[in-house]
Design a protein around this ligand. Structure first.
Ligand SMILES: Nc1ncnc2c1ncn2[C@@H]1O[C@H](COP(=O)(O)OP(=O)(O)OP(=O)(O)O)[C@@H](O)[C@H]1O
Ligand SMILES: [Mg+2]
Length: 236
């Protein structure tokens, strides 16, 4: 990562008038009603807002897990709507690390196998994968738990495995959707400190939360209400 000024002002995420309408049967619901935002390389941005305001909908679009109904999303300068399924999967794998509220670990696999998954998709050689997965687990303080399955780990430890999985491929962006929603306060602090460290090492962090004290870690908070950007708070 370059330490120069240019890197700091390179947008990694550009969202232009993004709308998302969910349809179930004849019922339509507009979960995002025209969102504009830009996130620069190396920024730490929180997205906050009440339950149902559209935060996860936005995160799914930013993470290329879903596409906008209208509007444009540029990821690293590339228009996501012009990508094929294969290109999307590739962009997702190469550029984005996910952390979810429910951890989303595979219960039958030991920690290191969960962590190596993004590297499997990226086509990294087997021996390399194990070494990198173990290093990522050491980085989150779980060097002594690499062979444990998720069910043998505490909630906080499981979420740290998920953080290791998010960082192992060295993605540009870490997207975390309520990563501390199921954690006690000690584990919350541990996970937030890990995100701080990742930010300090140059990663772009997008943290979705409805808790203001969690959002205070970020340099900037975008407030979403009823599918619209309602406010922007910049840390002093
Ligand atoms: N697949 C879907 N089909 C229909 N409506 C949906 C779907 N997914 C979400 N919604 C609706 O879109 C709105 C936004 O949902 P979203 O999950 O983005 O909210 P959120 O801000 O993440 O809320 P929370 O804080 O509770 O996680 C909600 O009203 C929700 O009911
Ligand atoms: Mg949500």
């Amino acid at each position: 990562m370059s330490a120069g000024g240019a890197a700091r002002t390179t947008p990694v995420v550009e969202v232009e008038d993004v709308r998302k309408t969910y349809r179930s049967g004849t019922i339509e619901f507009e979960a995002l009603r025209g969102i504009d935002m830009r996130i620069n390389q190396g920024e730490y941005v929180a997205v906050i807002g009440p339950s149902g305001s559209g935060k996860s909908t936005l995160m799914n679009i930013l993470g290329c897990l879903d596409v906008p109904t209208e509007g444009r999303y540029l990821l690293g300068g590339e228009d996501v709507s012009r990508m094929s399924e294969a290109e999307l999967a590739h962009a997702r794998n190469r550029r984005i690390g996910f952390v979810f509220q429910q951890f989303n670990l595979l219960p039958s696999l030991p920690a290191w196998r969960n962590v190596e998954l993004p590297l499997v998709y990226a086509g990294v050689a087997r021996a390399d994968r194990r070494a990198r997965a173990v290093r990522a687990l050491e980085r989150v303080g779980l060097g002594d738990r690499v062979n444990n399955r998720p069910g043998e780990l505490s909630g906080g430890q499981q979420q740290r495995v998920a953080v290791a999985r998010a960082l192992v491929g060295e993605p540009d962006i870490i997207l975390a959707d309520e990563p501390t929603g199921n954690l006690d306060s000690a584990s919350t602090t541990a996970v937030l400190e890990l995100l701080d460290e990742l930010h300090a090492s140059g990663r772009t962090i997008v943290l979705i939360t409805h808790e203001h004290d969690v959002a205070e870690r970020a340099g900037r908070s975008l407030v979403i209400r009823d599918g619209l950007l309602a406010d922007e708070l910049v840390a002093s």
